[in-house]
Design a binder for this molecule. Sequence first.
Ligand code: ZN
Length: 296
Amino acid sequence: MNKIKLSTIRFKKSFWVYMGGAVVLIAGLIFSVIADKPDGKLHVNFYDVGQGDAILIETPKNHQILVDGGPDSKILSKLSNDLPFYDKSLDMVVITHPHADHIDGLVDVFQRYQVNEVLMTGVTYNTPDYTELFNIIKDKNILIKTAFSGQEISWGDGPKIKILEPEKSLRAQRIGNINNSSIVLKIEYENKAELLTGDFESSAQNKISYDYLTQFKANVLKVAHHGSRNGLSERFLKAVDPDYAIISVGAHNPYGHPAKDILDLLSKYTVFRTDIDGDVSTSIDNAGKLEVSSQK
Ligand SMILES: [Zn+2]
């Protein structure tokens, strides 16, 4: 009898030791998640997804907006690194334009994450990739918003996203140069701004009126079309007048992006390149302090 009693006591003791350990572990895990984010800052992360674009915006109260998804499933590991393990939803996905290097990774994103709404231009574009993506969005009954200039999106926690292009709705239209149909958006927070340009080429940049061009001024410029020769006009760069330029581009890509002419044009600016610098992270705090860093 005595023996049995003793082992019962031992079992009880070790049970509580294990339980205590588990509680400490869970508390530590919760604390590390809480301590990480939200941290009261606006974060915009430009992921190194190879040849393509994928950018995550996280607002101070942790609303998450993904702008493009890159060319393949690499985006999934980037998102799981940045989002807490239990967070499998995104407030919005923006599809700047329907080229494969911006949308193919989104097929995996829509399968893995619950997406509340999609912002896109709705241009007519008949490729198997785009059709597949569009069918997934329709099948999942996700709210689709059509982007055009003058719209403003906010979640009530500070940052505003202003749609600058396309100038008017392109819904159900066929566009000659699909790059120039790209959604251009400006994220504003505490007197700082970041400009995301998709693949909006210099031919379209040069058609913007001088008056309207003042709207494009920003501290961070994501250079359009992966720094291609047609990705940036001098006039546009002067108007944006950024502190930092970020080029989202794949190492050893077959197109020769970024072009030497564009790098020359940007020579007096601080330039980050995802092929050389890896993931580029920017943050703006509630005092308007902008920080840019990179991690390979
Ligand atoms: Zn592209």
